[in-house]
Design a protein around this ligand. Sequence first.
Ligand code: ARG
Length: 460
Amino acid sequence: MTTKKRMWGGRFQEETDKLVQEFNASIEIDQVLALQDIQGSIAHATMLAKQNIISDEEAKTIINGLNTIQSDIEAGNFAWSVELEDVHMNIEAELTNRIGAVGGKLHTARSRNDQVATDFRLWCREENAIIASMLHELRQVLVELAEENLGAIMPGYTHLQVAQPVLFSHHLLAYFEMFSRDEERFIASGKRMNISPLGAGALAGTGFNIDREYTAKLLEFESPARNSLDAVSDRDFALEFLSNSAIAMMHFSRLSEELILWSSQEFGFVRLPDSHTTGSSIMPQKKNPDVSELVRGTTGRAYGNLIGLLTVMKGLPLTYNKDMQEDKEGSFDSAKTLRTAIQLHIDMLPKIVINKERMYHAAGRAYSNATDLADYLAKKGLPFREAHEVVGQLVAIGINKGCDLQDLSLDEMKGVSELIDDGVFEVLELTSVVNARTSYGGTARSQVEHQIELAKKIFI
Ligand code: ARG
């Protein structure tokens, strides 16, 4: 960081206090927006020339200057200065430094308030698109995994108690649905936020004959924002981004929790790849699911970023307030956190080894076919509530004997209900239990196959 002259010093007689300068500066954070800032400035200068507010020659000089600055930033050869507070003033000051006084014309009919809102929207729009496409790729990974493992049966849980057996592929497709909604959310927010604040000025618009439609078009925004006050004070687009990120991270956190459980010795359903696990410095036998734990852990930060900005915004009078400078750090962090979580899963999930035997064994325990026995009796005309009671008694007998329902003899079963015949054993068999659930969206192989076919349409 170098020392530079502040850009708004005209009316000030005293130097800014050192700590205030540091406190006020956002350059450490918002230099991320450098390229968006230059992109916005080029559009603005182009428009100023088209409207004869500056000459073509001046616009050309400004744009060339901005391009040289961009090259230096991209090459890592740009010295950011805390005295110049933020990315906007750093770039503008350097522009004037390079091209002379004409650089000062760039800020005609513009304020940092519409400038920062424009830059940040450009960043957010790009991030929405990148994250949506990464989620798309992850969904493909999930479909492939579901297809490869079709037929593997695992316990389905409620209350983390074994409930009914389900296909492992069905379980994977549940995550496919979650990430589909996430992808949709990022796309929808990307469209909604694609409105240009540029030209709103500090808050009230400008007396210069600017063309906001034109700058909107140059920056590929759908249209200019209709209300200049809203344009500079709205951060809904960042809040939506943070909210979408928090929800997606919640999904990753649930998946992580399951992978952690499944890879434990007690479950033993999956083996995580060495590439995505770590060891212990003291216990030589250990293989820890750090990736999943950290994804679960960083979800807290993604929530915090959302709550942080919601709280910043809640009491702000219109229009711009410096509090809003706090909008970026959390957003940049959430983008990084979420992108990392997505990439880790794209890489890790295809390498997970599934222990089908353990899953199958666990699925058949804990009377997971009890509902099927009740359904069997109900289909024979017994009211479901009575069937529930009958099966409850049979489960109690099983618990006493230490065996499963299918291990009871026909006589033992008939002792509780005369309606039971030897067709019952077929019904109690695990694969039949799964394949019986043919209702739309159910776990029967036929249904899951159908859902895989539908899901595969995203590959096209
Ligand atoms: N660094 C500021 C921010 O991120 C830019 C806008 C400053 N506007 C102002 N009126 N001080 O919000």
